[in-house]
Design a protein around this ligand. Structure first.
Ligand SMILES: [Zn+2]
Ligand SMILES: [Zn+2]
Length: 254
């Protein structure tokens, strides 16, 4: 299986508009963090996690011409505002886009994308979405699937274990029952790790390091990064088995 980190940044992206900090002004390509997106490829099946505003750019840069399905973790802008761009893929492959999410997320996507579901003129084309209730599934394509609960501030979200990869995209809290579940079934984790200081709706870097250490996983990958640290400085903060990600990073996993 190959994992590509399409976007390593938080909702603002890095550089942040109007910000003149040393991270936003950095010329290191690894400090250019686009909004969240991860591609998992197994047996030729391209599974995308989240569709941010930067999706089009990410697909072009990484030369990805086909998406077989998209998991939407939640309906915030940095996770769904790229969904409209999938219309060109639906057109090319003559097929609606399979979207895997909870009923609650589906409801929010339908509200945000109301023009897709009403009878208005097609114009330049509308995306076509086929929703699948992720809570009922045991597999997506060749990936086995297990779900767990965690919190993004006050919002309860579903996290995913695909094969043995835990994906915890926008979390700030996980209870003991769900912690034990991911410890039992996971082997590696891709987890949000926003910044050095605490934050009300995301794990901070020290919190994510603590969580990963206690899980005892082989490897962990930090995503949803802000402009609090440069890539080279993040590397100095984390143990050897934790990898801060960057846009375009490829991970081989068997
Ligand atoms: Zn987010
Ligand atoms: Zn900045």
């Amino acid at each position: 299986m190959k994992i590509t980190i399409l976007g390593s940044g938080t909702s603002t992206g890095v550089p942040v508009l109007g910000c003149k900090c040393n991270v936003c002004l950095s010329e290191d390509i690894k400090d250019k963090r686009s909004r969240p997106g991860i591609l998992l490829v197994k047996n030729g099946f391209n599974l995308l996690i989240d569709a941010s505003q930067d999706l089009r750019d990410q697909l072009l840069k990484n030369r990805i011409e086909r998406i077989d399905g998209i998991i939407i973790t939640h309906a915030h802008a940095d996770h769904i505002f790229g969904l409209d761009d999938t219309r060109m893929l639906s057109k090319k492959y003559q097929k609606s886009m399979d979207i895997y999410c909870t009923k609650r997320v589906e409801k929010d996507v339908r509200r945000v994308y109301s023009y897709v579901f009403n009878n208005s003129q097609e114009g330049g084309g509308k995306p076509k979405f086929s929703f699948h209730n992720i809570s009922l599934l045991k597999n997506i394509g060749p990936f086995s699937l297990k779900l767990f609960d965690y919190y993004h501030g006050g919002i309860k979200l579903k996290g995913f274990i695909l094969d043995r990869i835990v994906i915890l995209m926008d979390g700030s809290y996980i209870d003991m029952k769900n912690y034990r579940f991911i410890k039992k079934y996971g082997k590696i984790i891709i987890i949000n790790s926003l910044r050095t200081r605490p934050h009300p709706t995301h794990f901070s870097i020290p919190e994510s390091i603590f969580l990963v250490k206690s899980l005892g996983f082989e490897k962990a990958y930090f995503v949803h990064l802000s402009d609090s640290l440069k890539h080279e400085d993040l590397l100095k903060m984390v143990p050897e088995n934790i990898f801060p990600t960057y846009d375009g990073m490829e991970i081989e996993y068997e």
